[in-house]
Design a protein around this ligand. Sequence first.
Ligand SMILES: *Cc1c(COP(=O)(O)O)cnc(C)c1O
Length: 405
Amino acid sequence: MINRNSGFENLTAGYLFPEVARRRREYLASHPDAKIISLGIGNTTEPLPEYIAKKMSDYVMGLATKEGYSGYGDEQGLTQLREKIAQVFYPGLVSGDEVFISDGAKCDIARIQTLFGANVKVAVQDPAYPVYVDGSVIVGAAGKNNGSGYEGITYMPCVPENNFFPDLSKIEKNSIIYFCSPNNPTGAVSTKDDLKKLVDFANANDCIIVFDAAYREFIRDEKLPKSIFEIEGSRTCAIEINSFSKPAGFTGVRLGWSVVPKELKFADGTPVHQDWNRVMTTLFNGASNIAQHGGLACLDKEGLAAMKSVIDYYLENAAIIKKTFEGENFKKLGAEVYFTGNSPYVWVKFPGKKSWDMFDSILDKCRVVTTPGSGFGPGGESFIRISAFGHKEDVQEACKRLASF
Ligand SMILES: *Cc1c(COP(=O)(O)O)cnc(C)c1O
């Protein structure tokens, strides 16, 4: 028999969301009539803007004609889309051939792990989006879990005490640093000064930052940076990954992109861009041409306005949730609410309580599903994450129930 990939042997514990789903099922089994509202998983709920959907459907009908048909395209994506992303999101900072179109940010994170392989040190924010760690474990870069985390990973606590920006001095030289801003799950957005510290550290210590900016369009405070490439010095130390999933509701359509600047190099001088191009052309065969035409529509004047109004809708939900957790009933429990208006997540601390206990009691008393912060790493213990992705009427009903928690 073939030996099991040791990366999978090392992978510990159930993934967060299956456990959330299990507890929800268990609750429903004993309360079959309960109308549960989920503010748990960060999945979009609002329909695609019609303008964007129409452009995709026109393209699909074109595929049914001799003139409009096309088969495989360039694995790196449509040139027009690569250039438009560079112009719209990175004006003057990035060129079209540094943008690689993909089937989404999570898939790009997985491919990035094949780019660096098993012999690399990894640093992550704690708490963090689970794929950075779990993907590193699978490729063998994280070692074993000794009970307080994986041996090969440096966990960087991001907590209210440090304003959600980590102590960089813990990171070893030559590390890959996964960094997410606006952050999932904390909702925190790093300032330009903070990101400058991160970039300077990475350049001085031969690290590469993998900057996940999946929530950039939720930033409403104009002083806050939306891309790592707004920071001087970043072109020699950073990759950015991004996605149409959250801003355009493309979670099911699937479309994302990565940016690899040509100045970024490995120790032997090879441009990372060269190997990334090889990864994308060898292990990937291009994003759906339908999705890519949807992406082009997102970046038109009409598309950008449509995306903004869907995001505004979710941000309004988030503001309602924030207000609810600032209510007297939660104050009595010592709840601390973290939300700055620049992300779809409200992050709430219940000092002295365990995340899963708060998850269970909110489910039990209010029939509302949240996400336990501890599922994102030890630094998330005592927190819960509430997602603003939901229909307004569901969010309002959930908040009504929560108000009498
Ligand atoms: C949702 C999410 C992604 C995944 O995006 P896809 O493009 O749908 O794969 C990536 N990063 C973070 C932080 C996310 O929350």
